[in-house]
Design a protein around this ligand. Structure first.
Ligand code: NDP
Length: 318
């Protein structure tokens, strides 16, 4: 048996098309959604992510601007910038790229973002809205996970969903969204006992750990849906061999680039899972698509024209 591969790129592209439709309709009313991205200091990975987000904005015709406070900025400096952005009417969304330099109090910075412009959905008010099933802004990656499930016609209600990872950014909001969608939810973490046994009870297994290939075939019930959120860069040859021995395409990439991207799910899981998201090309593209979606949603909510986008006859984005 070989798992059905859930094509995140295609799903993300569909969502982006729907977002463009909304943006065109807003343009008729003279509104152009705007996103401000704040990147403090120089983190090479963050710089790549931010470039991807700014490029995606241009592609869907969202206005975007980038702010790059110095590495040595203080919490007060960054909060002052955010307060300026909060006040500006043409800015609908504010995204603070994480991680922040260690001298900055990230919790205070995220609290400073106006909840109505909090396109990452990290402000405690939006976290509360999500947990009490009120309309609000939902974190992009978990919202993307739900879109993959929904658009791949994978039933959630009544299913046992196991999430490995309890971060505020992925694991916890994913658990809340799955619970809101009537799954029976188990959340695992580094202190969970007998992780493989708990995971092997899942109908839907979401891996958001940050450990390359930790989820091996013995973690997976035959036929289960496996969503791999992890993004890990492999540079060591022994690690590469553990994961991709015999995969000539990846070997070629590894030889050329000296690294490959791998999820938290071992490739062998494709032989037992019923459906599986690839890395790359699974959850990753959805994260950016949902950021575009959230920016338009924030513009619509703030400028008084409804609470969400309606795509293919149904509301998207959780
Ligand atoms: P965090 O490091 O914040 O959280 C990792 C979680 O995994 C923690 O809850 C931790 O448990 C748990 N964990 C770590 N090791 C183990 C283990 N051996 N067994 C069980 N649980 C473990 O990571 P994030 O949530 O931010 O990200 C997770 C992954 O998703 C990363 O690879 C990241 O790169 C990727 N990611 C991908 C995105 C995308 O767009 N595709 C977007 C965001 C993240 P504990 O709480 O006990 O420490």
């Amino acid at each position: 048996m070989s798992a059905r591969i859930l094509d995140g790129k295609k799903i993300a592209s569909d969502i982006r098309q729907e977002v463009v439709g909304e943006i065109v309709a807003m343009a008729v009313r003279g509104i152009r959604p705007g996103l401000a991205v704040v990147l403090v200091g120089h983190n090479p990975a963050s710089e790549i992510y931010v470039r991807g987000k700014v490029k995606a904005c241009a592609e869907v015709r969202i206005y975007s601007e980038q702010h790059a406070p110095a590495e040595t900025s203080t919490t007060a400096d960054v909060c002052a910038l955010i307060n300026d952005l909060n006040r500006r009417d043409e800015i609908d969304g504010i995204l603070v790229q994480l991680p922040l330099p260690t001298q900055i109090d990230a919790k205070r910075v995220l609290m400073a973002v106006d909840p109505a412009k909090d396109v990452d959905g990290f402000h405690p008010l939006n976290v509360g809205f999500l947990s009490t099933q009120r309309p609000g802004l939902v974190p992009c990656t978990p919202a993307g996970v739900m879109e993959i499930l929904k658009r791949s016609q994978i039933p959630v209600a009544g299913q046992h969903a196991v999430i490995v990872g309890r971060s505020d950014i992925v694991g916890k909001p994913a658990a809340m969204l799955l619970l809101n969608a009537n799954a029976t939810v188990t959340v695992c973490h580094s202190k969970t006992r007998d992780l493989s046994r708990v995971c092997s009870q899942a109908d839907i297994l979401v891996a958001a750990i940050g450990r390359a290939g930790l989820i091996t075939r013995d973690f997976v019930k035959p036929g289960a849906t496996v969503i791999d959120v992890g993004m890990n860069k492999i540079t060591g040859n022994s690690e590469f061999q553990r994961l991709f021995s015999g995969d000539s395409e990846r070997e070629e990439t590894f030889r050329k680039k000296g690294s490959v991207l791998v999820g938290d799910v071992h490739p062998e899981v494709a032989q037992v899972a019923g459906a599986l998201t690839p890395v790359p090309g699974g959850v990753g593209p959805l994260t950016i698509a949902m950021l575009m979606y959230n920016t338009v949603k924030a513009a619509k909510m703030r400028r008084g024209s409804g609470q969400g986008l309606v795509a293919s006859g149904q509301q998207i984005g959780g």
